[in-house]
Design a protein around this ligand. Structure first.
Ligand code: SF4
Length: 431
């Protein structure tokens, strides 16, 4: 049995949260790998193509995760490494050059090409950074070629987005010396949600707003010391570090889930940009009230119910806060694969002290705790949901929370409903 360890690179101590105990674990994991992020990233960046350098397993994962959404030529593919590649019998770099050249000849619509590493490419130490540099020099200015890792070695699936967006940071243009202060929203949001936020910032009077990743990956916003960035997702630790390396400053905020989370997120930006409080309230009040009304429909099903999160999407901390503060749920255990104490500081402060916070994964121990705690609802990965259901537990698939639009005022009711539905279904089945 593995002893609990502190995961490297996580849990930087933060004065406000130092006292809160966190159970740290490491062991067997049951999560998707970072390739999964391609499913939503290829929809977001409409001029980008994702070429996974991997095995048939990687191709199957992508195909089954995204297959149902393919209605035209997809903007992702897998360059499948065969046994002779893995055995080093051919020069994998030459093979890759041939595949990329053929792809770019056939698809002139591709303006940014991501070479995405996988477990097999990492095991044979195929240097995709070198390949991206070499091929980039060949295909610029028509196509920009970048690389990142989506491998499942020591990662969880939302880190695929973090790695991809981090790869964009070095190619963001530098802001000019006299650039006005810029707000940068960071994290891939569905277009409809992004548009809602952009409208709200415009109404607030914050007009210089950039978005990362941008819909047009070749038209990235500038970055520099006049940029203040606001994280829309809690799983962008490396992206945040890269942005800070370019001089940008993080705005500390709640994440925009629910009426209060969204208000807090917008308010943090408004305060940073010196927006008058009365004006802020006037702009935000209608959306906030709409969200509260919509959330109210799920309150009957959720209030007083106990919920456990198994570590999966890294959304667990802000979602537990939302369910506890806005719906009266009782978080029993909030497990997250990686905990960024600074980014989640405001969230952690609002999670009731009775909740057990855990970081890292040891699936057997976590399942034992679920059995002992007997929560009304368990949020977990796909692979754990069926076994738990067969033991009589109600479950919610964590990945559905990543694939659904859940940020902002107008999605708050749907977000609450995602948790209420399994409990209502159980009530119906029990009648
Ligand atoms: S990257 Fe690794 S974990 Fe992901 S599908 Fe490929 S082999 Fe499996």
């Amino acid at each position: 049995m593995n002893a609990p360890v502190t995961l490297p690179g996580c849990s930087q101590p933060d004065s406000a949260q130092e006292a809160r105990p966190v159970l740290r674990e490491r062991g067997q994991r049951e999560v998707f790998c970072g390739l999964t992020g391609i499913v939503w990233l290829h929809r977001k960046m409409q001029d980008a193509f994702f070429l996974v350098v991997g095995s048939r397993t990687c191709a199957h994962l992508l195909q089954s995760a995204a297959g149902v959404m393919i209605f035209a030529e997809p903007r992702f593919a897998t360059a499948i490494m065969e046994e002779r590649d893995l055995a080093g019998m051919v020069d994998a770099q030459d093979e890759l050059d041939r595949v990329v050249t053929r792809l770019l000849d056939r698809r002139p619509d591709i303006k940014t090409l991501f070479l995405v590493g996988s477990c097999p490419s990492e095991v044979i130490k195929l240097d995709l950074a070198k390949a991206a540099e070499r091929l980039g020099a060949q295909h610029m200015p028509n196509v920009r070629i970048l690389n990142y890792s989506g491998s499942g070695i020591e990662t969880t699936f939302t880190q695929g987005e973090d790695a991809c967006v981090t790869a964009l940071v070095p190619v963001m243009p530098a802001e000019s010396a006299d650039a006005p202060k810029q707000l940068l929203i960071v994290g891939a949001l569905p277009d409809i949600v992004e548009d809602q936020f952009l409208r709200l910032f415009d109404q607030l009077g914050i007009d210089n707003v950039g978005v990362l990743p941008a819909r047009d990956a070749r038209n990235l916003p500038p970055v520099g010391p006049n940029t203040c960035y606001l994280l829309a997702q809690p799983f962008l630790a490396d992206t945040a570090m890269a942005l800070e390396g370019r001089g940008a400053k993080r705005i500390d905020a709640l994440f925009p889930f629910g009426a209060e989370g969204t208000t807090g997120w917008l308010h943090a930006a408004a305060a940073e940009f010196g927006i008058d409080e009365a004006h802020f309230n006037a702009v935000v009040a209608p959306g906030r009230e709409r969200a509260k009304r919509a959330i109210g429909h799920a309150r009957g099903a959720l209030e007083g119910k106990r919920i456990s999160f198994l570590p999966d999407s890294q959304l667990e901390i802000p979602l537990a806060r939302f369910l506890a503060t806005e719906l009266g749920m009782e978080p029993v255990e909030v497990g997250t694969p990686y905990l960024h104490r600074a980014h989640c500081a405001q969230e952690l402060d609002l999670i009731p002290p009775s909740a057990r916070i855990s970081e890292g994964q040891h699936v057997d121990r976590q399942l034992d705790r679920v059995r002992a705690d007997k929560p009304d609802l368990t949020v977990c990965g796909l692979g754990l949901a069926n076994p738990l259901e067969s033991e009589g537990f109600s479950t919610k698939w964590a990945i559905e929370l990543v694939f659904s639009p859940i940020h902002g005022f107008d999605q708050a009711g749907d977000l609450a409903e995602l948790f209420a539905r399994p409990l209502r279904r159980r009530d119906v089945l029990e009648v």
